[in-house]
Ligand binder design. Sequence first.
Ligand code: ADP
Ligand code: MG
Length: 591
Amino acid sequence: MPSIQILPELLINQIAAGEVVERPASALKEVLENSLDAGARAIEVELHAGGTKLLKVVDDGAGIAPEELVMALARHATSKLLTLEDLERVASLGFRGEALASIAAVSLLTLTSRTSEARHAWRIEARGGELSPAEPASGSLGTSMEVRDLYFNTPARRKFLRTEATELAHCDEVFRRAALSRPDIAFSLQHNGRVVWRLRPQAPLERVRAVLGDEAAQALLPMDEANGNVRLHGFVASPAFNRGNRDYQYIFVNGRFVRDKLLAHAIRQAFHDVLHHERHPAFVLFLEIDHARVDVNVHPTKTEVRFRDPQAVHQFVFHALSRLLAGTRAGAATAPEPETALYGATNAAEGYTSAWNPTRQVPMALPVREAAAFYQTLFGGKPATLPTLPSTEDSNDAPPLGFALAQLLGVYILAQNQHGLVIVDMHAAHERIMYEKLKSALESERVARQPLLIPATLSVGNLEAATVEENAEALAQLGFDMAILSPTTVVVRGVPAPLRDADPVALARDVLHEMAEFGATRVLTEHRDAMLSTMACHASVRANRALSVPEMNALLREMEITERSGQCNHGRPTWTQISLAELDRLFLRGR
Ligand code: ADP
Ligand code: MG
């Protein structure tokens, strides 16, 4: 047994680099964030070979004092916060103090910087974390960060680098996000000596036009709504302009680009009845919220956030967008009734329910009464006329969830067991079963694949195409067979066997989306459950689909053998029991 040892500093940084600088684009993101935090007015990016040979960012920000250059490259060294209180209300893009240390550990880094106090610039070099002393250099006010030969000393990491075009596509996306986040700043990007972007400081709409193109800009509706300490502003394309994928969807929370399911869900719900579910809206939206009400310290890459009050944020965003979109409906002069819109538009058919979705969560009393009434009409309240229940002696063999009687309103399964009435939210239950099936399939190596009789094609953007290219193994492990047909088309030839009935296009798109965001490694490790849960959503029985009694019984039996089947993937109950005694009370029996 080897003894326990503290890891050497360089190795610690290399481990951290795995998360913070997964690829050139992630390094670029961190360096750009530093420039923005430094108050830069102009930022120039220069890349060679997709950022792998050279990744250089020059800004005109505040610069770093000569005596602090070494500190800037040290781990856990930051000028952006000092106390826990600061952490709880971070306003800067960076705050963890680990990006530069991580980048320096896996590259040849040259940092040149000059503050307004210094008479000239100073330079410091790091070679795989090994620092050279600072020396005077030429350079104007601001900072130049030059990162060469990323992963030169970590071959395992280098192996994961994809083609130059793929790495460039990821860098380009990071650049677009930064450019969209700050229209007031000048940005430029060169790749292999060719100018890709040159953006002067612009009005917000002009910046969006420059980045997303004229056609999108033409369709954009400006919006700006505030409520208490939350404000949502930016642009949403009218539903007539929509995309086959989600590449034109940008959400910034307090200036930070985020991937957030809650916000995505609120937006999707607002578009629910104005857009076909296979089409995707385009938007560039900024949510400004009191820094203390959002936690950005969720993951090292800082693209995930957690809201203090998710429910309120969800409602605010949903209502703000619903009002905006109401104006786009032919003949609809007024906004939709918020209540009907929020509670009426259940997303069950779409397979997306969530903890913050109040649909069907609160009014538990109603289904109980309805179920009881239903019971009454069917059987006249006389349990004796029901199919014979297993007697107490053989109750050990009686299935705990009993036998199906009927389906209520296309949503609930009514069943009886020896205690009385069982009500099952069939959608939630099915989703959980699928989720657990996928989990155990993946645990035993890989998910079985179901070839599609008719392959499905989906139109994709650069990022999605790159994701297919670079994640072939992970996709196969999840049970997919996907290939690139053309630069804008991906074909799906096989899907995970448990999901054979799902819409392959919508399923594939969601999976690619998560992979692009979290990377294959995370999708199969710490992000695995979220991924599988997303996939399971696609398989769920659609609400309103009529199930036969044998189908319902099959679902009940599956629930009984599925772990954790008592809750759906979002933590809501999948079934409830109403005992005969409770029913009797409803009918004032036995008094
Ligand atoms: P963080 O951004 O989380 O503080 P980093 O490792 O990214 O950590 O950067 C460390 C420190 O180096 C920052 O806190 C900042 O003081 C300084 N720094 C980095 N880049 C720049 C820059 N472009 N301009 C000015 N200061 C910078
Ligand atoms: Mg930083």
